[in-house]
Design a protein around this ligand. Structure first.
Ligand SMILES: NC(=O)c1ccc[n+]([C@@H]2O[C@H](COP(=O)([O-])OP(=O)(O)OC[C@H]3O[C@@H](n4cnc5c(N)ncnc54)[C@H](OP(=O)(O)O)[C@@H]3O)[C@@H](O)[C@H]2O)c1
Length: 224
């Protein structure tokens, strides 16, 4: 599959590219073509060193709109405040059969610690803003909110974690679950329709506050 990473030059993008390039053609997206190509070159070296001949996928780079045109799966690795602007630019390029994944956590740091922006500022959850700007909502899936960037990037490490998944179309969720399961030690847990994605998004500030105050490094979540 062709997996496009919008904002793929960032920390999470690097982790997804390294993990999925073992089997898929990953395209790093950026607002700047050269930045995307440079990142792709760097990540390719790391992936090849780790996977060697077992690597059947690839990592290339391009501008976000071009990435969108050729992707089977598009993951939005951008921040909450950029969703509306970026998605409205991407919407005309998106293929009808493209699946869109949002790992976006609307979070900021205050004196009390990390807080969930939609609750504090009466704004919409990230998944709802994505759905408003990239219809139809049936193709949107939210996942990966509680995955640690540092652990995702360390491709020799098994994540030994769960990730909650929300989406309205069970076939599309099933495709995303397969992609999640390809990441070593990561288990998809279906939470429900996209309308309750806020329940997954809000876990991240909780996780980071508890980790920070109890000196736990790179935390994750596991349902037992
Ligand atoms: N980091 C984590 O541990 C973690 C865990 C779970 C979920 N998440 C979520 O994953 C998403 C990505 O996080 P990240 O840590 O990878 O972020 P990041 O390192 O800051 O990267 C985000 C990317 O966004 C792009 N960008 C910056 N300004 C932009 C703008 N005005 N418009 C469009 N794109 C812009 C940049 O790419 P270019 O400059 O190349 O365009 C940048 O590489 C966030 O929504 C975050 O909440 C993060």
């Amino acid at each position: 599959m062709k997996v496009g990473l919008i904002g793929g030059t960032g920390g999470m993008g690097e982790g997804f590219a390294l993990r999925w390039s073992s089997r898929h053609d990953v395209i790093i997206g950026s607002r700047e073509v050269q930045k995307a190509k440079d990142a792709a070159e760097t990540y390719t070296k790391v992936a090849k060193e780790s996977y060697g001949n077992r690597m059947t996928g690839s990592i290339t780079g391009d501008e976000n709109l071009a990435v969108t045109k050729s992707s089977d799966i598009l993951l939005l690795s951008i921040h909450y405040e950029h969703i509306a602007d970026m998605c409205s630019q991407l919407s005309k390029q998106l293929r009808d059969d493209c699946i869109v994944i949002t790992p976006i956590v609307p979070m900021e740091k205050t004196g009390a610690g990390f807080v969930y922006i939609p609750l504090e500022q009466a704004k919409k959850p990230a998944a709802e803003i994505v759905a408003d700007n990239l219809p139809p909502r049936s193709r949107i899936v939210s996942a990966f909110h509680t995955i640690s960037e540092a652990r995702l990037k360390n491709i020799t490490e098994s994540l030994d974690s769960d990730t909650f998944v929300c989406g309205d179309d069970r076939n599309i969720v099933s495709t995303v679950n397969s992609l999640i399961s390809e990441i070593a030690g990561l288990r998809p847990i279906f939470l429900g329709p996209l309308s309750i994605s806020y329940q997954a998004e809000i876990l991240t500030p909780m996780l980071l506050n508890s980790a920070h105050r109890n000196k736990i490094k790179n935390p994750g979540i596991r349902i037992v």
